[in-house]
Write a protein that binds this ligand. Structure first.
Ligand code: ATR
Length: 375
């Protein structure tokens, strides 16, 4: 190849880059307009359905040489920038709202809520619940408590008259023996993620399973569909309970046979070891393990080849937003969703239990997405 033809090709690339830049700038300007409209109309910035539609639309038009997963990666960045631009517009509105809310009213009548867990520093729950209190003008505050001694913390909760709390890792099971009353569904799940004061007694409930069902139902109905659930930890328990309660069928899969069998037996489910996932199929595959979570973003719990056997794939991880599992699943033509909705709706249900008010789900989602974008 002559130097001249190399130069010519490079010039063409440079011209195309300038055109791409112009197109990206136009796209960003439209995103800002959309952010304005959404902020004014109280709509959520993050819209997984819309994002999925964009990827599906692009996959239809892609004639190569880029693969669908390469296209998804490039547009993943573009969409993430759009989200930030839109969130910026909405956050101007929220800042106004925060400025409007008079913190000097915090006082003896302020209701106190909290998070009991360890660690709690990374939790998005305080952000989400405090935003909801502010938006509805409720005189309440939600604080994270890093707990070493759960029994002692519960004594504190009792004597300080904290109205309610979220319970997270590692206390969701150990709290069962330390509270006065356990809701029947929490007992069936085998875990408590929410406590609430009723008179002098502390009642434990579970909203994780509701979050799981709402998350799955963003993709497909639970009833009468077949689910393959990977994992046998606390998250798997909530997912499995939610699906079976809503009339779906579960096959449980886990790396360690004994752990998997113990959970499968409790819920009367068929079990298969993870090493045999190639022999399974269903309507929806759900990952409840931490495999693929930040910083191990290159990892996935299952080989890509098996994903084509499912219509939908759910990963309960939401950091990163699109795990390798979800990218692989999209490339295999599956509908996908991450665990953001599971987190959001378990929190929304807690809010409803504590306040008796309809949770402002759109803005709650926005503050979490915005915070995740900053990570
Ligand atoms: P949680 O309670 O938050 O759901 P957990 O109790 O730590 O979390 O459960 C983690 C689940 O992920 C377990 O089922 C675990 O499998 P094992 O029973 O074999 O330990 C699964 N898990 C964790 N790391 C995994 C890995 N690298 N590969 C496959 N499964 C994994």
């Amino acid at each position: 190849m002559s130097n001249d033809s190399l130069k010519r090709l490079r010039h063409r690339i440079e011209d195309l880059d300038v055109q791409l830049l112009k197109l990206l700038s136009d796209r960003a300007a439209i995103s800002v307009q959309i952010g304005n409209l959404k902020a004014r109309n109280g709509l959520s910035i993050y819209d997984q359905g819309r994002e999925d539609a964009i990827y599906r639309h692009l996959a239809q038009y892609n004639k190569g040489p880029l693969t669908t997963s390469e296209i998804n990666r490039i547009f993943g960045e573009i969409i993430s920038v759009s989200r930030k631009l839109q969130a910026h517009m909405a956050s101007d509105d929220r800042e106004q709202l925060a400025a409007d809310s008079d913190t000097s009213t915090l006082g003896v009548n302020t209701s106190l809520y909290g998070l009991l867990g360890n660690p709690v520093a990374q939790s998005m729950s305080p952000l989400m619940h405090n935003a909801a209190f502010r938006i509805l003008g409720i005189d309440a505050i939600y604080l994270p408590f890093e707990v070493n001694d759960l029994r002692g913390a519960l004594a504190g909760v009792r004597s300080l008259r904290i109205q309610g709390a979220s319970v997270t890792h590692p206390f969701k099971t150990s709290i069962l023996g330390l509270i006065d009353e356990i809701d029947v569904t929490a007992r069936e799940v085998g875990a408590v993620n929410t406590i609430v004061f009723e008179g002098d007694s502390i009642r434990g409930l579970n909203t994780d399973w509701i979050g799981a069902v709402r998350c799955i139902e963003g993709l497909l109905p639970v009833k009468d569909n077949r689910f393959v659930v990977i994992g046998a930890g606390g998250a798997a328990r909530a997912v499995v309970f939610g699906i079976t309660r809503q009339g779906g069928k579960v096959t449980l899969v886990n790396r360690t046979k004994d752990n998997g069998l113990a959970l499968a037996k409790g819920f009367d489910l068929p079990f298969a070891p993870l090493s045999e996932i190639e022999g399974l199929s269903g309507d929806c595959l759900i990952n409840t393990t931490p495999v693929g979570m930040y910083p191990n973003v290159g990892k996935t719990p299952v080989p890509k080849g098996v994903l084509g056997r499912y219509k939908a794939v759910v990963d309960i991880i939401y950091n990163p937003f699109r795990t390798r599992l979800l990218k692989d699943a999209e490339a295999e033509g599956c509908q996908v969703t991450n665990g953001l909705d599971m987190f959001l709706f378990q929190g929304a249900e807690q809010f409803r239990i504590w306040t008796g008010k309809e949770p402002p789900v759109g803005p709650m989602r926005d503050v979490v997405v915005e915070a995740l974008n900053q990570i």
